[in-house]
Write a protein that binds this ligand. Sequence first.
Ligand code: SF4
Length: 511
Amino acid sequence: MQNRTSKVVFKDYNFNQNLLLPPSLGELIDPNHPVRVVNQVVDNLNLDPILDKYDGGGCPAYHPRMMLKVVVYGYLTNLYSSRKIEQGLHQNIHFMWLSGMSYPDHNTISRFRSDRLKGVLKEVFSQVAQMLIDHGHVTLKEVYLDGTKIEANANRYTFVWGRAIKTNTERIKKQLRELWAYAESVAKEELENNEPESFEEINAEQVKQTIERIDKVLEDKEVDKKVKQKLNYARKNWPENLKRYAKQEKQIGNRKSMSKTDPDATFMRMKEDHMLNGELKPGYNWQISTQNQYILDYTIHPDLADTSTLPAHVDSLVEVLGETPEVLVADAGYGSEQNYEYLENKGIEAYVKYNNFHKEQTKKWKENPYRTENLHYNEDLDCFYCPMGQPMTYLKDYKRKTAIGYEQTTRLYQAQNCKECPMRGPCNKAKGNRVIEVNPRLTRYKKQIREKLNSEKGMLYRSQRPVEPEAVFGNIKNNHGYRRFLLRGKEKVTVEAGLLSLAHNLAKLAK
Ligand code: SF4
């Protein structure tokens, strides 16, 4: 036995102790706890858009205000699955307080998130953004835009490629033509006046009928074994395959790929490539605009590149804020002629870099006399002067459409005689006289942007950009561990992005 100099004393422990006046749950919650912010903010929201989604009749439903508080608080505390939130409602005093000791099960929580919030959460989010403006947490002055790719809840190996659909359809056309040619070689008279309208635009029904016709004329003939096998295969598979291809072609739209398990998800390269093998994964491009690290708007896109997402995102942002921001700051991923023109038309000052913005500032770039950007332009004569001082005169215009259908005009200028030029090696790799391509509108935009980005204000925005949306994404992905959407389909994924954005804003507000 241990030799003690003093008596051991324990605090009172009475497991079955009853309180004369049991405390309310609210008394047990810290006055500055984020759960109180969730409660207070959601209490002040107009939830009519969600209420309109209830049909009425049947059993009483859980109140959408309580459900919204519970789901948002789940996202704020890294509990994203409906089962985990259900567990929280039984075990966690904060959830119990929010729900007023109601216990909706995981199916109810999941249905509320997927169905009741679908298409209407943005209206609710907009009220929170307005509240942040009204209380001076954010202003409409400058807005920072960035995007991240988040994996979809879809099987990584169930891809459908737009090109494969086309190739397979072409293969069927070719083989059908071959089968028809074989049938003609065996029974030409019987197939006369019976030829399909076209082998070019084929569909499931037409292919089925053509195979039936071939079957019919070959039924009492001696047919090559291989042709028989092919016909059997075609009868069994081609109509079904063509139906599937037609459906997938519709779903895939302008994209190059999609996932079979979530047709709205596109295969894209993620930043987080733990295997370092550049594997493409099904995902969504999540765009946010922020200020003071609050999320002002969120949109979900199937696009691989950020460039094409800007107009849709800014349209949504203006709708959410009810006003147009004065300045938009974004990285080089958004710098394109179409985006500069779009922002100019909207009256938004663009602080959006373009590719090569940094390279252009280097000595090597500036002192390279052969670069088109460094050639002298004479506006009156509409000609450039090459490094030998020869005028490069206007040749022609050509128009081209970008992948998203935006028409660009490029002007071509040509040197007069490069034949004996001593600078030919470094200056002109082509056989004939050097031709340069200039896009005057883009050149004008680039000049404006360059001046703005190098101004004092521009330098400030540039230094602020990495600590704005990038830091917000870093917080959601690294601190909150959110790396994969749980729901499928663009609309439901947009709800998830909305809940994450709401939770982020309320957590920041609580701090
Ligand atoms: S190669 Fe042609 S374009 Fe280049 S410097 Fe000589 S003459 Fe001018």
